[in-house]
Design a protein around this ligand. Structure first.
Ligand code: GLO
Ligand code: MG
Length: 346
């Protein structure tokens, strides 16, 4: 038997937030940047996930960008942290109001590709080869707004341009079916992977799977993960939880449905996720009611939930599971799992 995985954990600085939502302003002070980066190790995390402008503002000239990046790199080195992924934030600039790579405006599409390339250059500066594309505004509010067939081709062209721009990065698509747009192109993990296979370098094209995004698409996150793992394409995850079909909630991992969370940990653990350096990323939000002092608890709690569920996964007798599967005794198998989850003897 191979040795058990020692999991490494990551999150993004946006996961420590001021609590604003579409119906109200901020409710907590902004935590100072250096303090956020200090929180990582204190909370038991190993790596940082960044948007390009989490490192330096997106409109700085290249010399100033390099200076700013070097400062951040120095803090990270001092804290003993590494950068797991970098993603271009292609959804806040006025030029990306109608999408980035799929905008109907050629000048805006060019802006998006230039910015995405610059993000790859930043990744190189901080020693990160994992590049994430969350295609936030690639989609429509009304179907007639864009030619969807052309839009898919434009996404592949942009993905290819990035693969050509930097021969070492690998790109992970993070699928999400809606929010902020009504109909997102590439709404599921399956769509994202199909696009990866159409690029000039499928071996450098994969996915990051977020629990809530699979749920919003009506799919089971553990099965989505298994599908990507089968293809050797699961290179990062955003674990969290979600209460039904509504806005993207980013709740604490396992806080809505323990068994569903258990199933995700099960699939990751059984497939050896993490053995090639992949991190367990947590994309979670603190509740709006949370105080500033408690505004990192949701991260610590999500990590704890993962580790507790991992203990449970590892405690299940695989031989017994195999026997029950072979005999098709699924009622007994179900009770075995439920009892284990409740800490009851089988
Ligand atoms: C939003 C996404 C977002 C991305 C992040 C990294 O729904 O989950 O948080 O994960 O921007 O690309
Ligand atoms: Mg996410």
């Amino acid at each position: 038997m191979s040795s058990p995985t020692t999991y490494r954990f990551s999150f993004g600085p946006w996961n420590i937030s001021t609590g604003a939502d579409p119906f109200g302003p901020t409710v907590r002070n902004e935590m100072e940047y250096a303090r956020k980066l200090k929180a990582y190790k204190e909370l038991g995390f190993d790596a940082v996930q960044f948007h390009d402008d989490d490192i330096v503002p997106a409109d700085l000239d290249w010399q100033a960008t390099l200076r700013g990046t070097a400062e951040v790199k120095k803090i990270l080195d001092g804290e003993g942290l590494f950068v797991e992924i970098i993603a271009p934030r292609l959804w806040e600039d006025p030029r990306t109001v109608d999408g980035a790579f799929t905008s109907n405006n050629p000048a805006d599409r060019k802006y998006a590709i230039d910015r995405a390339k610059r993000c790859a250059d930043l990744a190189r500066e901080v020693g990160c080869k994992n590049y994430v594309l969350w295609l936030a505004r690639e989609g429509t509010y009304i179907r007639e707004a864009k030619c969807a067939k052309t839009a898919h081709a434009r996404i592949v062209d942009a993905w290819n341009a990035l693969l050509e721009h930097d021969k070492e990065i690998r790109i992970m698509g993070e699928a999400k079916p809606n929010e902020p747009v009504d109909h997102a192109y590439l709404p599921t993990v399956g769509h994202m992977m199909a696009i990866g296979y159409k690029t000039i370098d499928p071996s450098r094209s994969g996915v990051l799977i977020e629990t809530a995004h699979s749920l919003l698409a009506g799919l089971d996150p553990a099965d989505d993960m298994a599908f990507a793992l089968f293809h050797d394409k699961l290179w990062s995850v955003h674990l969290n939880d979600q209460n039904g079909l509504k806005y993207d909630q980013d709740k604490v991992f396992g806080s809505v449905d323990l068994r569903r969370a258990f199933n995700q940990v099960w699939v990751l653990e059984k497939a050896g996720y993490g053995k090639n350096g992949e991190c367990v990323g947590l994309d979670v939000k603190a509740m709006r009611t949370t105080t500033f002092e408690d505004s990192t608890l949701h991260l610590a709690n999500s990590r704890t939930m993962f580790l507790r569920l991992l203990d449970i996964v590892r405690s299940v007798d695989e031989k017994q599971v195999e026997e029950l599967r072979a005999a098709r005794k699924y009622e007994q198998l179900e009770m075995l799992i439920l009892n284990t989850l409740m800490g009851k003897k089988n």
